[in-house]
Design a protein around this ligand. Structure first.
Ligand SMILES: [Zn+2]
Length: 180
């Protein structure tokens, strides 16, 4: 009986801790990938103005799931914090940028989320990390964040080749992925 209680306690503790976390610092080349995707957006939004350009912190979770979130930092060292997974960082550059733009949309539109929002689910192949994020933003908020992202991406990459449109396509692709 005691043993069963202990097991229940362990399961609850694991659930409370959320999904599998394999947090590690970004490698230099990964930092460059993130900066290349994020900096033009942050510059466009006025975060990079001298003399105090925004320094952002990164929590990197080395798991396959595709998650990215941008929050305001309450530290004096950094102005924004990125939480992202390897699945997000591994996206093609336009997709990664679109995902960041979407995250900035949630941030700037003041969409609030609850804490402890990530959980792991069991699948046939074992425990798989998934995002519960999509369930906590309303469909209206997701649409608004996508619209915000599309405008931001168009402002950053209005190029004659229609890069903004490509990026928007990536946003929509994200929405499909997030919703499934
Ligand atoms: Zn979203």
């Amino acid at each position: 009986m005691r043993r069963r209680l202990a097991l229940v306690g362990t399961v609850l503790a694991l659930a409370a801790c959320g999904q599998a976390y394999k947090l590690r610092p970004l490698r230099p080349e990964e930092t460059s990938v993130l900066a290349a995707a994020a900096n033009p957006l942050l510059r466009q939004l006025g975060y990079m103005r001298p003399p105090a350009p925004c320094r952002y912190g990164v929590s990197f979770n080395d798991v396959e799931g595709r998650e990215l979130e941008v929050v305001r930092s309450n530290s004096t060292e950094v102005c924004l914090s990125f939480y992202l997974t390897n699945g997000a960082l591994s996206l093609p550059p336009a997709g990664l940028r679109a995902l960041i733009a979407h995250g900035l949309g949630h941030l700037h539109l003041d969409h609030t989320t609850t804490t402890g929002r990530r959980v792991s689910t069991r699948t046939g192949r074992g425990t798989q990390s998934v995002s519960e994020q999509a369930r906590l933003y309303t469909p209206e908020e997701e649409t608004a964040a996508d619209r915000y992202a599309a405008n931001l991406l168009a402002a950053v990459t209005p190029g004659p080749q229609g890069e903004g449109c490509l990026a928007l396509g990536a946003v929509l692709e994200r929405a499909v992925a997030e919703g499934s």
